[in-house]
Design a protein around this ligand. Sequence first.
Ligand SMILES: NC(=O)c1ccc[n+]([C@@H]2O[C@H](COP(=O)([O-])OP(=O)(O)OC[C@H]3O[C@@H](n4cnc5c(N)ncnc54)[C@H](OP(=O)(O)O)[C@@H]3O)[C@@H](O)[C@H]2O)c1
Length: 267
Amino acid sequence: MVPKRNGVQRPTALVTGGSGGIGLELAKVLARNGFDLVLVARNRDTLEAAAGQLEGKFDVRAHVFAADLRRPEAPESIFDFLQNENIPIEVLVNNAGFGLGGEFADTNLQRELEMIQVNIAALTHLTKLFLPPMIKRRSGRVLNVASTAAFQPGPLMAVYYATKAYVLSFSEALSEELRNSGVTVTALCPGPTHTDFADTAEMGRSRLFNTFGIADAADVAKYGYDAMMQGKRLAIPGIKNKILAQANRIAPRALSAKIARIAQETR
Ligand SMILES: NC(=O)c1ccc[n+]([C@@H]2O[C@H](COP(=O)([O-])OP(=O)(O)OC[C@H]3O[C@@H](n4cnc5c(N)ncnc54)[C@H](OP(=O)(O)O)[C@@H]3O)[C@@H](O)[C@H]2O)c1
């Protein structure tokens, strides 16, 4: 059953990748604003530590569900668990994702196929499962974490950039389909942000993560939360990122790709 405190039933937000980085910061903002949480990630210990931190600091309940979104059956098992526990999801945050740097001819195919599964397929599958109950209730919000990588081709990180272009396009299309439905979809497009992302992607030495200002994950999360609650389609945190995204929308694609390559190269 959905827990109640003081007789008030709080809405619940599901956050994938909610145990660290931007996802944990989003979970904190949601908790601060009165949402119970369901945190999903692979490592149960980290998940439980995050849930304990949230429950200790905020008056909320934080459930954990350890799942590997590289596995195609994971979204269904998350959905079934929540159905069985009778926990309706008011906010779906598709945040889990990762990248991989290097020339495509040399990078590891298995990791790239897993990236497509996590960044694209799991996000799509979870949205497919959780959206219909929201539409039926005429209430709900989806926050999909894309990236400024969504706005141009990304040499030396080609698959990652392409996955984020999908997330942006998919989110903007859904947002239009759902106009006047009571349900909103927001694409959050952060630029480089302090998390484990760059190390996981083997991009910690790139110009992108060393030359330009790196955002704070808490600031990105707060910006994304506010945009989601306002029902905005697109949220690009930071003036520099906004300008670059707009410039990439009008620049020739070949030029955008060249500039992205320079940013991705090692200093
Ligand atoms: N940091 C940046 O510069 C940046 C910029 C733009 C966009 N983004 C996007 O922001 C999102 C969050 O990234 P982050 O920077 O916060 O990265 P992060 O610090 O590496 O956190 C990733 C989170 O996702 C979970 N996760 C990773 N693989 C998973 C899997 N297979 N199944 C389930 N959970 C998984 C991780 O927990 P476990 O390891 O325990 O599974 C962790 O909770 C991603 O979609 C990323 O593409 C990041």
